[in-house]
Ligand binder design. Sequence first.
Ligand code: ZN
Length: 274
Amino acid sequence: MRNAGKIFIIPFLSLMISFFVLHIGEVDLKAVANGWFEKKNDHLSVFSKFPILLYHNIIPDEEKNKSAYAVKVSQFIRHLDVIKELGMRIVPLEYALGEIASDDLQRGKYVVLTFDDAYENFYSVLFPLIKKYKIPVTLFVYTDGIGLSGKKVLTWKKLREMAGSGYVDIQCHSRRHVDLISMSSGGDSPKRLYDEIFNSKRIIELQLGKPVKYFALPYGRYGDDTLLSLKLAGYSRVFTTDFGRNNLFTNNFAIKRHHIKSSYSDEVFKSTIK
Ligand SMILES: [Zn+2]
């Protein structure tokens, strides 16, 4: 009977060894990839239910703009009223992450405001409101959209002024605002991807003198390779345009946001964030 055990174990061991030999390359990659999903103390990164809103362009009431994402000032102010009515507090993105880590999150009471792209309106239309209402926001900019001078352009000088106010946190939205999925393989793609996600980060850091830790995906487009590259480029969180709330199982490198459209009635806005 002792031999019967051996007979069973030997093929089993050789099967295991061949598995490791055959899959050794994959195991390495998975070890890295698992980092995205690893939670450890990373309820540190678990956004258990709170909404992160995504806006693009806030425009003056009189401006004619048919974009679905051009929200008028009066509508934006009504959103602030709704947030207040619901007893929710607008907090900086970074603060929200810290609160989650504290185990003391008052679920449903926080809301985070983020803005994508590089609209000049952010400075001339929204920044005065931000200061008036004392609201913290995160702005994701793509660096080629930032000009050197000019009234109608968002410039580094304006960004520095806003960052210096303490209300505006500036993070990265790539270099040229291109679809990163198109760079996942072939030709000079790795070099271009590096330029889009790493050089852009360095440019913002050097221009503003502050670390950049978060990335918002252009067009919200991503694949597993994109997310891994962003992790390797040194980001600690990546934000998509996928609609919805985040929970325990949300990938820290694919965090969802609520895209706010100009067509939303105040009621729709309310039920979106409630
Ligand atoms: Zn964008």
